[in-house]
Ligand binder design. Structure first.
Ligand SMILES: [Zn+2]
Length: 100
């Protein structure tokens, strides 16, 4: 159904690749805020989130580090990330993941 060469297909593949490499989180954010774009780059598509767009700010409390990780994402990119995250969680073999 999804064309891998479409802009959305490219972002889906990038979401999976970035989750695999650990650049993108695979867990649920502890806090999520939506607002107008601040111009911050989106962690998925790397484009700045302009004022005319909805920006999601997602907080992850990292138990391994005292610092809190905050990422910024477009509304549409978050939708893609959420979908790919669900698929990623189901298909990943538990033995291939580092144990924490
Ligand atoms: Zn984006």
């Amino acid at each position: 159904m999804s064309d891998p060469t479409s802009p959305e297909g490219v972002l889906r593949q990038r979401a999976r690749a970035r989750m695999k490499s650990g650049v993108l989180q695979t867990r649920n954010p502890v806090a999520s805020y939506a607002g107008t774009g601040s111009g911050a780059p989106c962690v998925l598509c790397d484009e700045p989130i302009v004022k005319a767009e909805i920006e999601f700010e997602l907080d992850f409390a990292d138990t391994a580090a005292p610092s809190r990780v905050t990422i910024h994402m477009h509304f549409r990119c978050r939708t893609i990330w959420d979908a790919e995250r669900a698929a990623f969680g189901c298909s990943a073999a538990p033995s291939s993941l580092p144990s924490l």
